[in-house]
Write a protein that binds this ligand. Structure first.
Ligand code: GTP
Length: 598
């Protein structure tokens, strides 16, 4: 295809502002799908994504649009994920585009992720077309949102399109704007040595690893032998094609085009996103600048509830990792929980998504230990080590200093909830950097220790703002702090899965909170159970679970046998989800619930 007739674009938006609905409409209007096929949102193709309405795997679709000028254009839409944890996938998708549609809900206005995503698009010099969606809603106020886009984001918005992705109003105007307002890709030389960007890769059961590529120069053909310049490995190209959205094979992909190749690559890890693909026998001399690889920032242990399920868990974790190069794992053993895995995630949402997939798709019941961040420990011998697991903390006398990761958080919140958010951030050792207003909403910028965010910051933020706040963050740096390891002892035994690293000033409050919760979560036994939080040998908080005196069924007076039986059955079912610690049984839900703070 002549590059002048190609437009490569992404849609950037805050979660739920209608990105997938718009993408589906564009596919439908250009004839990619029939109305019946549209009943399911096609771009979000995983169960959990559908349920939570989030897009994880970037996907691409090639559309054909006969424009007003009489020419038929090829429009390549690259679907980008909308959530903060998957931010790195947004940036890599943007490198393959010349423009982006900025979709903003005309009733809700600009949100924190809108900002984060659009700034990434601006950073890579994309042309941006603002689109106000959901104008069918009675609460839609396009003029106000236009003004907000100009004030808060700082881009021209007087010619923002007004559409409803749901009812179809204004969809043609979007297609026309893509053709008229977005630039065509640079016209590279199709005869030059091949230079293509590996935009994304994923595992397909039939074809093996599929690589999504953007050709810059030269021509990609089936049968060609290509080399991935970063890894140095070479492969014979088995097939080349495009998504419409179904896979369709094509003979070649030339400059400016986006499509896929499959080449019997075994693992996603071998097809590194951001790598440059060239021809083995006639390589380009100038590889593209690489992406920064996605590094896990949040770690936790995953253990099977039933230790007999360990092999099932191993199998599931290995299969998941096949398709998600940003998910890492290694085997771990815990004195109390037995064998499991220490896993690394891009953020909390990533953790939750993976956890849910393991439980649902692979059918293993899991115990998740406290999420932890990466601490950098400077030891007395001068060496610096990374600590992913509080249980592995070296002897404190060997530690000179501990540094923890800090983030820069941007929070957008309606005025009336500002007080609650300020208090939450202060409680979490936040440092306020900025507070500005856009209409009746405040934009807060805080520096926060990631450690304070990984537990239940989202939940708390949601509850103090009744769900009206939006949140986004980026990693800043590691900073030294007065951090200590706090152990939890149940019946005098330390429970390794509940150990955590906390700031000294917060240890007592946190310890007390955990003891109180565990007291409610652990059922009474035949004997008295002390629950203690300790730093080193010093106990900083303590609760006691009184011994069980009466039989639970005793309170069912009279001869109500069925009620008695029910109670016993309930007890038995509860037992299945317990873990034995020495002589104490701790219910599964206690591990996460104990970490939540009020
Ligand atoms: P992520 O995939 O999670 O990033 O969300 P999204 O931005 O793709 O949002 P999605 O398309 O899933 O839409 C979110 C919700 O808004 C859905 O319930 C849609 O039906 C609804 N919606 C989308 N467009 C419109 C619109 O134009 N009008 C109205 N009334 N609702 C819409």
């Amino acid at each position: 295809t002549n590059p002048a007739l190609i437009r490569n674009f992404s849609i950037v938006a805050h979660i739920d502002h209608g990105k997938s609905t718009l993408a589906d409409r564009l596919i439908q209007v250009t004839g990619g799908l029939t109305a019946r096929e549209m009943t399911e949102q096609v771009l979000d193709n995983m169960d959990i994504e559908k349920e939570r309405g989030i897009t994880i795997k970037a996907q691409t679709v090639r559309l054909e649009y006969p424009a007003k000028d009489g020419q038929t254009y090829v429009l390549n839409l690259i679907d980008t994920p909308g959530h903060v944890d998957f931010g790195y996938e947004v940036s890599r998708s943007l490198y393959a585009c010349e423009g982006a549609l900025l979709v903003v809900d005309a009733a809700q206005g600009v949100e924190a992720q809108t900002l984060a995503n659009v700034y990434q698009a601006i950073d890579v010099n994309l042309e941006i077309v603002p689109v106000l969606n959901k104008i069918d809603l009675p609460a839609a106020d396009p003029d106000r949102v236009r003004e907000q886009i100009e004030d808060v984001i700082g881009i021209e918005a007087h010619d923002a399109l007004e559409i409803s992705a749901k009812t179809g109003i204004g969809i043609e105007s979007v297609l026309d704007a893509i053709v008229e307002r977005l630039p065509a890709p640079a016209a590279g030389d199709p005869q030059a040595p091949l230079k293509a960007l590996l935009v994304d890769s994923w595992y397909d059961t039939y074809l093996g690893v599929i690589c999504l590529v953007r050709v810059i120069e030269g021509t990609l053909k089936k049968g060609m032998r290509v080399r991935l310049m970063g890894t140095g490995a070479s492969y014979g190209v088995d097939g080349v094609g495009v998504f419409r959205p179904a896979k369709v094979t094509v003979d070649t992909l030339g400059p400016g085009e986006i499509g896929f190749l499959n080449a019997s690559i075994k693992q996603v890890r071998d097809a590194r996103v951001g790598d440059t693909i060239t021809e083995e026998k006639r390589p380009t001399t100038t590889p593209l600048p690489g992406f920064k690889p996605a590094v896990p920032v949040v770690f936790c242990g995953l253990f099977p509830v039933d230790s007999a399920e360990f092999e099932d868990l191993r199998d599931a974790v290995e299969r998941l990792a096949l398709n998600d190069a940003s998910f890492s794992f290694e085997m771990e053993s815990s004195a109390a929980l037995g064998f499991g895995f220490r896993c690394g995630f891009l953020g909390l949402l990533h953790l939750e998504v993976i956890r849910e997939r393991l439980e649902r798709e692979y059918d293993v019941d899991l115990i998740t230990t406290a999420p932890s961040v990466i601490y950098k420990m400077t030891l007395t011998d001068g060496s610096v080590v990374d600590l992913h697991n509080p249980a592995d903390m070296p002897d404190p006398v060997k530690i000179d200093a501990i540094a923890e990761p800090w983030i820069k958080a941007t929070i957008l919140v309606p005025d009336e909830y500002l007080g609650g958010v300020l208090k939450l951030c202060e409680d979490r050792r936040g440092i306020q950097r900025d507070l500005t207003y856009a209409g009746s909403r405040a934009m807060l910028v805080y520096e926060l220790p990631l450690n304070e965010v990984v537990f239940d910051f989202y939940d708390r933020l949601k509850s103090v703002t009744k769900g009206y706040a939006s949140f986004d963050y980026q990693f800043l740096e590691h900073r030294e702090g007065d951090l200590v390891k706090m152990s939890l002892l149940v019946n005098e035994e330390p429970v390794d899965a509940l150990a955590m690293i906390v700031h000294r000033t917060r240890a007592e409050m946190r310890g007390r909170g955990m003891c109180e919760r565990l007291k409610d979560l652990i059922p009474r036994h035949q004997f008295k159970i002390p629950i203690q939080a300790a730093i080193g040998g010093r106990v900083i908080a303590r609760e006691t679970i009184a011994a069980l005196r009466k039989d639970v069924t005793a309170k069912c007076y009279g001869g109500d046998v069925s009620r008695k039986r029910k109670l016993l059955e309930k007890q038995k079912a509860g037992k299945k989800k317990m873990r034995q610690y020495g002589s104490v049984e701790i219910p599964q839900e206690a591990f996460i619930a104990a970490l939540k703070m009020d």
